[in-house]
Design a protein around this ligand. Structure first.
Ligand SMILES: [Zn+2]
Ligand SMILES: [Zn+2]
Length: 354
C-alpha cells in the first residue's frame, strides 16, 4: 500500500497532463471570443432578421463592443476551464472538453472519438499509393477532386471528420431553428439551437487553424529531433493569447489591430455547402504550414525552447507574399469569425425557407 500511495497522485497528474494536451483547437479563450465577436457583429448588422437578433442576444450573455473585446483580449486569462461562460459560449467550448475527457466514446454517426471531429489531415485523403507525410513544398496536399465524398470511405476515420461534423451541426441547427427548439425545454435537454450553434461555431473556428489540416499538427517535421521539438501547436493557439502574466502583452497589442483589420476582408469561400466549404478552408489554410514550420525552427534555441515573440515576428512567404506569423494568425482567426457569422445566419435563413 505504502509503495503504491505515491503512484496515484503521479498517475493523476500524468493523466491531467495528457488530457490537457492542447491538440484540439484554438484556445478556450479564442473560442469564446471569436464566437462572441461573430454574435456581436450579427447583432449590430441592420440586415440581421429581428427574431434572430433577439435570440442571439438572449443566448449569448456578456455581449460587448470592440473596445471591450480588446480589453478582454489584452488582459483576461481564461485557461483550460471555460466554467462561468454560459449559453452559446458554453457550447462553443464544450467540444474540446469532450475531446479531452471522453477519449474512448465513439460519436454517432461517425464512429470515431470526439477528438477526431476537430481536424482533417488532408495528406491522408490522397488515393492509396500516393500517400506521403507532410511535405514543406506542399506536394502532399490533395486537390478537392481527390477527396472522397463517401463518409464510409475508410480514409476518413484516420484523417479526421471535421467536414462531416460541420455539415451535421449545420443541419441540426437548421432543424432546431425550423422546429422552434430555440432553448432547452428540460434539464439535460441537449437538442436545441444553442447547443448546435455553439458546436458549429467551435468546429468552424478549428477549421481555420492550419495545423488542423495536417498529420504534422505540431510542425515537428521542421525539427531534426522531433521528440524534443517544442509544442508549436500550443504556440499557434493559446500561449501568446492566454498565457504569460504580461509577458506577451506587447505581442497582443500588435496582434489586435491586425485582427480587427482582417475582419473587413471578404470570406474567399464561394460555396454555401458546409462540407465542401470546410474542405476549401482547410486546403487554403494548409498553405500557411511552411510559414509556421520555418518560423518555429528559426525561433527555437539549441535547448529546444521556442521564443514566442521571435516566432510571431518571423517573416516568411504565404502564397507568394511576405507575411509574419502574427499577420497570418490574425487573418486566420478573423476569418473564423466571418465563417461563424455566415453559417449561423445562413442556418437561420434556411430554416425560414430563404
Ligand atoms: Zn488545435
Ligand atoms: Zn476543437
Amino acid at each position: 500500500m505504502a509503495r503504491t500511495a505515491w503512484i496515484i497522485p503521479l498517475l493523476l497528474s500524468l493523466a491531467l497532463a495528457w488530457t490537457s494536451l492542447p491538440c484540439f483547437a484554438w484556445s478556450n479563450k479564442e473560442h469564446i471570443q471569436l464566437t462572441r465577436i461573430a454574435v456581436e457583429r450579427l447583432v449590430a448588422d441592420p440586415s440581421t432578421p429581428d427574431a434572430f437578433r433577439q435570440w442571439l442576444r438572449q443566448v449569448t450573455p456578456g455581449l460587448m463592443d470592440m473596445a471591450g473585446e480588446e480589453r478582454f483580449f489584452l488582459h483576461q486569462t481564461v485557461g483550460e476551464s471555460a466554467r462561468g461562460y454560459q449559453g452559446l459560449l458554453h457550447w462553443a467550448t464544450r467540444p474540446d472538453d469532450l475531446a479531452a475527457h471522453e477519449r474512448n466514446l465513439l460519436v454517432k454517426p461517425f464512429g470515431v472519438p470526439e477528438r477526431k471531429l476537430h481536424f482533417v489531415d488532408l495528406e491522408l485523403l490522397l488515393p492509396a499509393g500516393h500517400r506521403m507525410g507532410y511535405r514543406d513544398d506542399l506536394s502532399a496536399k490533395p486537390s478537392l477532386d481527390d477527396i472522397p465524398q463517401d463518409i464510409n470511405d475508410p480514409r476518413w476515420k484516420e484523417a479526421g471528420m471535421l467536414p462531416f461534423r460541420v455539415r451535421q451541426c449545420y443541419q441540426r441547427l437548421v432543424e432546431c431553428f425550423r422546429d422552434d427548439k430555440l432553448h432547452p425545454t428540460h434539464e439535460g435537454d441537449d437538442d436545441h439551437a444553442i447547443r448546435w450553434a455553439g458546436y458549429l461555431a467551435h468546429y468552424l473556428e478549428d477549421n481555420t487553424q492550419p495545423q488542423h489540416a495536417t498529420v504534422d499538427y505540431k510542425s515537428q517535421s521542421y525539427f531534426a529531433d522531433r521528440r524534443h521539438a517544442p509544442n508549436v501547436h500550443a504556440e499557434m493557439e493559446y500561449r501568446m493569447v492566454d498565457e504569460g502574466r504580461g509577458e506577451f502583452l506587447q505581442l497582443r497589442k500588435e496582434f489586435w489591430p491586425l485582427f480587427v483589420a482582417a475582419l473587413d476582408l471578404p470570406d474567399p469561400i464561394r460555396t454555401n455547402d458546409p462540407w465542401r466549404a470546410t474542405l476549401e478552408v482547410s486546403l487554403l489554410s494548409y498553405d500557411a504550414l511552411p510559414l509556421i514550420g520555418h518560423a518555429a525552427k528559426q525561433a527555437t534555441n539549441a535547448d529546444n525552447t521556442l521564443n514566442t515573440v521571435e516566432f510571431f515576428h518571423f517573416q516568411g512567404q504565404l502564397r507568394g507574399h511576405p507575411a509574419t506569423v502574427l499577420q497570418m494568425k490574425a487573418h486566420q482567426t478573423a476569418w473564423a469569425v466571418l465563417r461563424v457569422q455566415r453559417l449561423l445566419l445562413s442556418a437561420w435563413a434556411e430554416s425560414r425557407g430563404n
